[in-house]
Design a protein around this ligand. Structure first.
Ligand SMILES: NC(=O)c1ccc[n+]([C@@H]2O[C@H](COP(=O)([O-])OP(=O)(O)OC[C@H]3O[C@@H](n4cnc5c(N)ncnc54)[C@H](OP(=O)(O)O)[C@@H]3O)[C@@H](O)[C@H]2O)c1
Length: 278
């Protein structure tokens, strides 16, 4: 099936993976298409708009300027895109985040769990989720802990390991990595498989772990002693960082709905091993 797709945010981790997964798609860069102020395009030449653009600087969004930029990119921009999608009959794919939840539940979060963001970033993403629902043909995907081409936790740990740094990492935030290439495939599967519209939680498979566990795995996989990574609590780590955003302790999402639509991403531990080897 040929997909006439427009990819927004093509320079980001998920955007790059989407460009690779959909070679025929249009993928204007940020300079050509700012989602905060959507440009006029020949919308009839597309069937699908995939919005992978976002303001993702979680701590930066806590500042006055950052909060405005986050709301423009993560809520007002997607709202405008959703109206375009509705008016032109496009399918809209939008990326959300588990930061729309407070992470206080001990159980995995289902798609319809109450939205209760802890941070300005989470609030702006929640605003986007609500706005995008105006497009009748929408898919909202919520990944967690994304790893791809770009800045991410795994790359940071690889760099620290190579420099011989012994970092202290929070051991009480639990989740699963989501590899951008797997997420891009999932998007293509949902869209081309004509899965029911709506919201889907899509993260790597396998048992959840803490950031400290992930860091230790990265050290081990890259040939460094895993015990070089110390463990701490979120409360202690952020005690001297009063301006940092609050983060959900439980980032584990319930993947049942995606599985029912035929989307089950590989175990994140296997993907991490492949990523570190590559
Ligand atoms: N990263 C994670 O761990 C994570 C977890 C859960 C959900 N998500 C969600 O997944 C999606 C993709 O995340 P990602 O990790 O791929 O993010 P990313 O690597 O930070 O990429 C975001 C891209 O959007 C671009 N962008 C920002 N504002 C824009 C604007 N106004 N107009 C056009 N482009 C703009 C950025 O350009 P610049 O580089 O120039 O800023 C960047 O290329 C986002 O919706 C994010 O909220 C991410």
């Amino acid at each position: 099936m040929t997909v006439r797709a427009l990819i927004l945010g093509a320079g980001g981790q998920v955007g790059r993976a989407l460009v690779a997964a959909l070679p025929g798609a249009s993928a204007p860069g940020r300079a050509e298409f700012d989602i905060s102020a959507p440009a006029e395009l020949d919308w009839a030449s597309y069937d699908i708009m995939i919005n992978a653009a976002a303001f993702t600087d979680v701590n930066g969004a806590q500042t006055p300027d950052g909060r405005r930029a986050a709301w423009r990119a993560n809520a007002s921009g997607p709202a405008a895109l959703a109206h375009i999608a509705r008016d032109h009959g496009l399918t809209m794919v939008h990326l959300s985040s588990e930061y729309v939840f407070d992470g206080a539940s001990p159980a995995p979060y289902a798609e319809d769990a109450p939205i209760a963001p802890l941070s300005a970033y989470g609030a702006s993403k929640a605003g986007g989720d609500l706005a995008v629902r105006v497009a009748p043909r929408h898919y909202i995907l919520r990944p967690t802990w994304v790893v791809g081409e770009g800045r991410n936790f795994v790359r940071t740990m690889l760099a620290l390991a190579a420099e011989g740094v012994e970092p202290t990492v929070v051991a009480d935030q639990i989740g699963r990595l989501t590899f951008a290439t797997d997420l891009a495939e999932a998007i293509v599967h949902l869209v081309t498989g004509q899965a029911p519209f709506g919201t889907y939680h899509v993260t790597g498979g396998g048992e959840p772990a803490s950031w400290a566990d992930v860091a230790r795995l990265v050290y081990d996989l890259s040939g460094h002693p895993e015990l070089a990574v110390g463990r701490t609590t979120t409360a202690d780590y952020f005690a001297d960082k009063p301006l940092a955003a609050h983060r959900p302790l439980n980032s584990v999402l319930d993947l049942t709905r995606a599985a029912e639509a035929g989307v089950a991403l590989p175990d994140w531990r296997e993907q991490l091993a492949a990523f570190v080897r590559a």
